[in-house]
Design a protein around this ligand. Structure first.
Ligand code: SF4
Length: 218
């Protein structure tokens, strides 16, 4: 299990309607809702972001192909939009992607480029088998905790909080091995690597500390 992005996309919203701060690896931007939905329209709304993802993936995929084939196409434009309707009591979403190639492009090349566009990575996600898993971080005091320690570090394990994301053991099996009775082996990797993995637990089931930090706080 390897995530596509080294760092997840971070999002945060406070009480100000409906400004979301979205952080990506090289900066941040605001997402919002249009005024008709109670927002201030200070940034793209979620549907626009979804359609932007498809538009940009289409453009980049086409440009890469055009470069590889050394075609003379100075610019490409794309419009994306969607509509939704109920069919057989099910919500069906249709996304339309309209592409215009600037310059003189033969019909044969356009047909090939249409096929390339239809197979861009984001198209495959939207049309493929996509699941959304939702986890919630929990940290209520008093939850039953099992401790795994060596001289340097302690990993706290709160079985009641585990939401079985499988993230820990699929990414660091030498430390988190569910087949073992003592399933957290704190000697299985460096302290820094274990810390990094624990920080990715989405449920609060795993917590990490250096023993010297706890002693210092005592
Ligand atoms: S990462 Fe956290 S929630 Fe996921 S399986 Fe491990 S302990 Fe459970």
């Amino acid at each position: 299990m390897k995530y596509k992005l080294e760092e997840p996309v971070h999002g945060r919203i406070g009480t100000e309607k409906y400004q979301c701060t979205i952080e990506w690896r090289n900066g941040k931007f605001i997402a919002d809702e249009p005024e008709s939905s109670g927002g201030k329209d200070l940034g793209p709304d979620p549907f626009t972001l979804l359609l932007s993802s498809l538009a940009s993936c289409t453009l980049v995929t086409l440009r890469m192909y055009i470069e590889r084939k050394e075609l003379d196409i100075p610019a490409i434009r794309v419009n994306t939009n969607l509509f939704q309707e109920i069919q057989n009591e099910e919500l069906v979403t249709t996304i339309d992607r309209d592409i215009v190639f600037e310059g003189t492009v033969s019909e044969e090349t356009k047909t090939k480029l249409q096929e390339i566009a239809s197979r861009c990575p984001v198209s495959k996600i939207l049309e493929g088998n996509t699941k959304v898993r939702t986890f919630v971080f929990r940290d209520t005091p008093g939850e039953k905790t099992v401790k795994y320690s060596n001289d340097e570090i302690t990993v706290d394990w709160k079985p009641g909080y585990c939401q079985h994301s499988t993230r820990c053991w699929k990414q660091l099996l030498q430390v988190f091995d569910p087949r073992e009775k003592k399933w957290v082996n704190v000697d299985g990797a460096s302290a820094e690597r274990i810390k990094q993995q624990v920080e990715q637990c989405p449920s609060g089931a795993l917590l990490f500390h250096y023993n010297k930090d706890k002693e210092g706080n005592a």
